[in-house]
Design a protein around this ligand. Structure first.
Ligand SMILES: [Fe+2]
Length: 489
C-alpha cells in the first residue's frame, strides 16, 4: 500500500470516520461493524497481567521499559451512555517490553468520580460533554476529574492527567492510585493540562485555563512547584495543547468559547470564527512580556513541538481542522456507535511567528493527529514529526503511521490496513544515539479483524519499512489518547 492510497481527510475526520459509512465496501462491512469494541467498557477489575503473543520479529537489543497509556475506558451503565467519549473513566494500561517479549496490564484510576458512579451504578458527575446528574455530589473540582487523558512520569510516580483538575498520582509498578497531586494548599484542584512540556533540563511546564485567564505551572523535574502565576489572556479560547521553546510559551487560543446555553461544556461552547486563531506568546522569564499573533480561525487538539530561530522567529507544528465539530458532537456520537459525516479532519501545518508580527502557515495536505517528536530536543530546532494518518471507510480511527520532514518536505508512511485503528506512537531513543529520531517508535493498534490490541515497534527513521517486531494481546482494549515511555526500569 502506498501513501497515495490513503485518504487526506484527517484523524478528527479519522476519529469520526467522516462521511464514509455509506460508501463502505461490502467485504469490509462485517469488520467495520465491530469498531465499537474501541469504545466499550473495559472489565471493571481492569486487565490482569498477561503475556502478549509475538506476531513477528524480535525485540531490538537495548529496547526495554514500560509504555504507559491513558484513555477513557468506561462508557455505559446499563442503557445509560456517557455524554462524550472524553468523559469515560481513565484507565492506565501498561506494556512491559523486555528481551523476552511484551506483557500487558491495565487498571482504572480510582478517582472520586469513578467511586461515586460505581457505587451509584450510574453517571453522576459533570464532564466535557456530560451534564451533571441531579444531586451530583460535587464539592470540589477534582470530584469530576476523570484522569483519562495522558500520563507523565514524575520522580517515582506516574501522574494520570486530565485538563480541568489535578494530576492523579499512581504507583509506577502497581498502577495503584495514591490520590490527586496538591502542589500547594491554596492550589487544590487547579487545572493542569494533559499536555505538560518537559524541557531537556527536566523542568516541567503546564497550564490551566479558565475563561480569559490561565494559570502557568513551572515545576522542577521531581514535580515540585517552582513558580505559579495567573495571567490574563487576550481572549477566551479552548486550549487542549500548546508548545514551548527555550525562551517562550506558546498558547494558540482557538475561537471556541463558552456560551450561555447548554447542559455540558461541549454543548455550551460556541464557534466564533471572527475571533480568529489568536496565538499568545509569553516570555518564560517574565510572564508580563508577551506578544499576540493572529491566524484565520481554525480548530486543533494537538501541537507537535516548537523551536526558535536565532532571529527569534518561532515555529511549531500543529494539526489544524476547520471546525470543532468532532469535539462538539463527534465525541458524543462515537460512544453511541455513530459516525459523523461531511466534514474534513486535521491537516499537518507548520506555523511560523515572525519578529515583525506576521503569522504564516505552511500546510502540507497531509492528514495528521497525535503528533510526536524527538522529545530530547523539546523546544529546540528539529525537522521531523511522527503522526497517525489516513482513514478507512466504515469505521473511525487512523489506519497508518507517518513521518514528515519539514526540511525536505518528504514523508514516509506505514499503512496497517483497513482493520487497523492506529493509536499514538511514542519515540524511544536508542541508548548512545544522538541524531534526531535515532531510536524506535512504540505504539498500539486496535486490530478489528483480530479483535485484539497489538503493540508494534518501528525503527523510527524507517517507518516505511514496517514494524521490526509486533505482538498481539489477549484483549481488545478501549482506544486511548496519550502515553509515556519509561526506559530501562
Ligand atoms: Fe490530547
Amino acid at each position: 500500500m502506498t501513501r497515495t492510497d490513503l485518504s487526506r481527510r484527517g484523524v478528527l475526520g479519522v476519529l469520526s470516520g467522516a462521511g464514509i459509512a455509506a460508501t463502505a465496501p461490502k467485504s469490509w462491512a462485517a469488520a467495520a461493524a465491530d469498531w465499537t469494541i474501541g469504545v466499550s467498557n473495559a472489565p471493571i477489575e481492569g486487565f490482569a497481567d498477561s503475556a502478549m503473543t509475538r506476531l513477528h520479529g524480535r525485540m531490538p537489543a537495548h529496547l526495554s521499559g514500560q509504555l504507559y497509556r491513558n484513555g477513557p475506558a468506561w462508557f455505559r451503565y446499563g442503557d445509560e451512555v456517557t455524554g462524550h467519549w472524553f468523559d469515560g473513566d481513565g484507565m492506565v494500561q501498561r506494556y512491559d517490553l523486555t528481551a523476552d517479549g511484551v506483557r500487558h496490564s491495565g487498571r482504572f484510576v480510582n478517582t472520586v468520580k469513578r467511586r461515586a458512579e460505581q457505587t451509584a451504578g450510574r453517571f453522576l458527575m459533570p464532564g466535557f460533554g456530560t451534564a451533571a446528574a441531579a444531586g451530583a455530589p460535587v464539592t470540589a473540582q477534582d470530584d469530576a476529574n476523570a484522569a483519562n487523558t495522558s500520563v507523565l512520569k514524575v520522580g517515582d510516580e506516574l501522574w494520570a492527567l486530565w485538563e480541568a483538575g489535578s494530576p492523579y498520582r499512581l504507583d509506577l509498578d502497581t498502577l495503584e492510585t495514591r490520590g490527586p497531586q496538591t502542589f500547594r494548599n491554596d492550589l487544590k484542584g487547579m487545572a493542569f493540562l494533559a499536555h505538560p512540556k518537559v524541557e531537556p533540563s527536566g523542568r516541567i511546564w503546564s497550564a490551566g485555563f479558565a475563561g480569559k485567564r490561565a494559570w502557568i505551572w513551572q515545576l522542577d523535574s521531581l514535580g515540585g512547584l517552582e513558580r505559579g502565576e495567573m495571567i490574563e489572556l487576550p481572549v477566551a479560547g479552548y486550549t487542549h495543547d500548546w508548545a514551548v521553546t527555550e525562551r517562550h510559551l506558546i498558547f494558540p487560543l482557538q475561537p471556541w468559547v463558552t456560551g450561555d446555553h447548554g447542559q455540558s461544556i461541549a454543548e455550551r461552547m460556541v464557534w466564533r470564527p471572527e475571533q480568529g486563531l489568536q496565538i499568545l506568546v509569553v516570555d518564560k522569564a517574565d510572564f508580563s512580556q508577551r506578544r499576540i499573533y493572529e491566524l484565520p480561525a481554525a480548530f486543533y487538539f494537538h501541537t507537535g513541538d516548537a523551536w526558535e530561530d536565532s532571529d527569534s522567529t518561532l515555529h511549531f507544528d500543529v494539526c489544524l481542522a476547520n471546525t470543532p465539530q468532532f469535539a462538539a458532537q463527534g465525541g458524543h456520537n462515537i460512544v453511541r456507535g455513530k459516525i459523523d459525516r461531511n466534514y474534513a479532519g486535521a491537516d499537518l501545518v507548520l506555523v511560523s511567528l515572525f519578529p515583525d508580527g506576521r503569522a504564516v502557515t505552511r500546510p502540507t495536505g497531509v492528514t495528521a493527529e497525535f503528533p510526536q517528536t524527538d522529545h530530547r530536543v523539546q523546544g529546540l530546532r528539529r525537522d521531523k514529526v511522527v503522526h497517525v494518518h489516513g482513514e478507512t471507510p466504515g469505521h473511525p480511527g487512523a489506519r497508518a503511521l507517518a513521518l514528515f520532514d519539514w526540511k525536505t518536505g518528504k514523508r514516509k508512511v506505514h499503512d496497517f490496513g483497513a482493520a487497523a485503528m492506529v493509536e499514538e506512537a511514542l519515540f524511544v531513543p536508542r541508548p548512545g544515539g544522538s541524531d534526531e529520531l535515532d531510536g524506535w517508535l512504540v505504539g498500539t493498534v486496535l486490530d478489528l479483524k483480530a479483535r485484539a490490541t497489538q503493540l508494534h515497534v518501528f525503527d523510527a527513521r524507517h517507518i516505511d519499512d514496517g514494524p521490526v517486531a509486533s505482538w498481539q494481546g489477549q484483549h481488545a482494549t478501549p482506544l486511548g489518547f496519550h502515553g509515556t515511555f519509561v526506559s530501562g526500569r
